[in-house]
Design a binder for this molecule. Structure first.
Ligand SMILES: O=C1O[C@H](COP(=O)(O)O)[C@@H](O)[C@H](O)[C@H]1O
Length: 233
């Protein structure tokens, strides 16, 4: 694991964008496509500001979601909806490059449908992402994998529904650890004093929390934290 301490949110954005540029270009060079998993929450802002600066072949990108809220696409809570409004217009990405959840169905049906769409995108059921961009909530959750939740031990489903998310909205779909930990690269990006205590509990005290269970089996793990989030390290 590599921890990268930077001064502020702007530097998080520029470091994250450099990693995305390198990893995307390597993936496209070596395998012809770049599979990236996006998160919601604060990561959206980093990516909507940073990705438009990346020098890459956008046509080779396949974009999916580490987790998604089961809400209408035009809701502010929809992670895809937010990228659609705030990222697509600033890049050459097309909406058809995003693997999105089905609208107007239950979390269970959305999870099954999203699994099928990922199988089509990956040409099989080995969902090996080149890069997952992850956030960590102040409670230590990542994706929609929350402390104490039974989904933390899910090993059969690759994509799971959740209807009792402690953070609203309650209905979501999420990648599970077997998929997360098979990624070639996982990057957490955290900023602000509100994350400092949890960053310390995970990176210094090595407590067993959802974000600590992200340990790519044969991939690389990076934590990019700003000074405020790294205050107790
Ligand atoms: O609800 C969610 O929260 C996490 C963390 O969000 P943050 O705003 O605290 O960074 C996010 O990674 C996840 O994708 C999202 O659905």
């Amino acid at each position: 694991m590599t921890t990268i301490k930077v001064s502020d949110e702007q530097e998080i954005i520029s470091r994250l964008s450099s990693y995305v540029q390198k990893i995307s270009n390597d993936a496209i060079h070596n395998r012809g496509k770049f599979y990236i998993g996006l998160s919601g929450g604060s990561v959206v802002k980093y990516l909507c500001e940073g990705l438009p600066t990346v020098d890459t072949d956008w046509s080779k990108w396949v974009l999916a979601f580490c987790d998604e809220r089961v809400v209408p696409e035009d809701s502010d809570d929809s992670t895809f909806g937010t990228y659609k409004r705030q990222l697509i217009p600033k890049t050459q990405l097309k909406e058809s490059q995003f693997v999105v959840i089905k609208q107007g169905v239950s979390a269970e049906e959305a999870a099954k449908d999203y699994t099928d769409k990922l199988k089509a995108a990956f040409n099989g059921d080995d969902f090996k992402f080149d890069l997952l961009l992850l956030g960590m909530g102040p409670d230590g959750h990542t994706c929609s994998l929350f402390p104490g939740h039974p989904l933390l031990t899910e090993t059969t489903l690759k994509v799971a529904p959740i209807t009792d998310s402690p953070k609203p909205p309650p209905s979501r779909v999420t990648l599970t650890y077997p998929v997360v930990n098979s990624a070639r690269n996982c990057i957490f990006a955290c900023s602000g004093a509100g994350k400092a205590e949890m960053v310390k509990r995970i990176l210094k005290d090595k407590e067993d929390l959802p974000a600590s269970q992200v340990k790519p089996v044969s991939g690389s793990l990076y934590w990019i934290v700003d000074n405020a989030a790294a205050a107790h390290l």
